[in-house]
Design a protein around this ligand. Structure first.
Ligand code: ADP
Ligand code: MG
Length: 349
């Protein structure tokens, strides 16, 4: 995991806003030809040379989307970028630029913001992204982060949520439920720590799921893999809220039904063992837990042989006629209607 070694505290109040922005962003390089002008003027300028520009934005609020008591700022910077890139990849597009806007309390030391930007920088490096702007302001209600991601694609490559057809196969990348269970582990350790601050948690057995929560990745590799395999999904979405709500989105936008097979849902062994420990049902967690940032997509039956056996991809179901409805087919071969139980930041649980 990324670690915070910086213990100094330099007040940002005495640094001018310009100095602060300059300090935080000076190390960032611009690598895309499409970035004509980055940070430093009233606006950035991009030239995607006739290709379509893809734009997505997210707002993250302290206490709603993240908890600074167990979220290291470097991870937070990284994750804030990742969640946005994931939306660009979900359009089957390549992410190219981001803007990052932050609102923080004046009591935040400069070193904390440096940590945050170190995470942003790592994400930019790993995913090949130019930081081209943002905004910096103060907040008296906790930290706010807004990232906007931009990407490019040729018109014919863009994949919407709306084109799935009956008999298409439903495919997911990676495995599900880890990020949600990682959060449960972190919440539990936070309570233990509150009772006894000398209690050092042993997170080793949970490292996979804790990392899924604190340092998720976006599936750029899947977009590249699909291109290599010459598979063009008919519809695609990223899994930010949980499998069930994403399936409902695909079905609604495409006017189709779906059969999802419980025994096909990919789960890491750590997810299975931790679900047991928390006395939760692992299928329920995969369906309703959020923040896995895997890609969920549909492909025509013709493309089956191209993806068959690929360790990164699992066929978990198939689309049906709209009139057949949207169902989970359980291990006991029962058909249960899928309802929206995705992560909802308004319901407080
Ligand atoms: P303005 O007053 O026009 O909003 P700013 O002083 O906020 O201008 O921004 C100056 C430049 O610095 C702009 O290019 C802006 O995009 C960039 N910028 C401001 N804050 C950030 C930030 N947190 N991260 C990256 N770039 C930033
Ligand atoms: Mg500004």
């Amino acid at each position: 995991m990324l670690e915070n070694k910086n213990q100094e505290r330099t007040s940002i109040e005495n640094l001018g806003e310009f100095e602060l922005i300059n300090h935080l962003t000076k190390g960032f390089e611009l690598n895309h030809k499409s970035t004509v002008k980055g940070i430093g003027d009233d606006a950035a300028i991009l030239d995607h040379e006739g290709q379509k520009t893809i734009v997505s934005t997210d707002l993250l609020v302290e206490g709603v989307h993240f908890d600074l008591s167990y979220m290291p700022l470097k991870h937070l910077g990284y994750k804030s970028v990742i969640v946005n890139l994931s939306d660009i990849y979900a359009m089957n597009s390549i992410a190219t630029q981001i803007t990052v806007s932050i609102a923080v309390s004046n009591r935040f030391p400069l070193e904390a913001l440096e940590e945050f930007y170190a995470g942003v920088a790592t994400a930019c490096k790993v995913y090949g992204i130019d930081l081209i702007g943002g905004d910096t302001t103060s907040s008296n209600k906790g930290m706010l982060i807004s990232v906007t991601a931009l990407g490019v694609s040729n018109t014919e490559n863009i994949v919407y949520r709306s084109n799935a057809k009956p008999n298409d196969l439903l495919v997911v990348s990676g495995d599900l439920g880890g990020a949600y269970l990682g959060l449960q582990v972190l919440e539990r350790e936070k309570e233990v720590f509150k009772v006894n601050p000398n209690n050092q948690p042993d997170l080793d057995p949970y490292s996979y799921i804790v990392e899924r929560q604190l340092k998720p990745e976006a599936r750029k590799d899947i977009v590249e893999l699909l291109e290599k395999l010459e598979v063009r999904p008919t519809a695609m979405i990223d899994i930010s809220d949980g499998l069930s709500s994403e399936i409902l989105h695909l079905c609604k936008e495409s006017t189709v039904g779906c059969n999802l097979f419980e025994d096909k849902i990919p789960l890491d062994p750590t997810v299975i063992s931790s679900a047991e420990e928390f006395q939760m049902d692992s299928t329920m967690i995969a369906l309703s837990g959020g923040e896995d940032y895997e890609l969920l997509f549909t492909i025509g039956q013709d493309d089956f042989t191209k993806i068959k056996g690929n360790p990164n991809l699992t066929i978990i179901g198939h689309m049906t006629d709209h009139s057949e409805g949207i169902h989970l087919v359980t291990r006991a071969n029962e058909k249960i209607p899928i309802t929206a139980r995705g992560w909802n930041s308004f319901n407080g649980d």
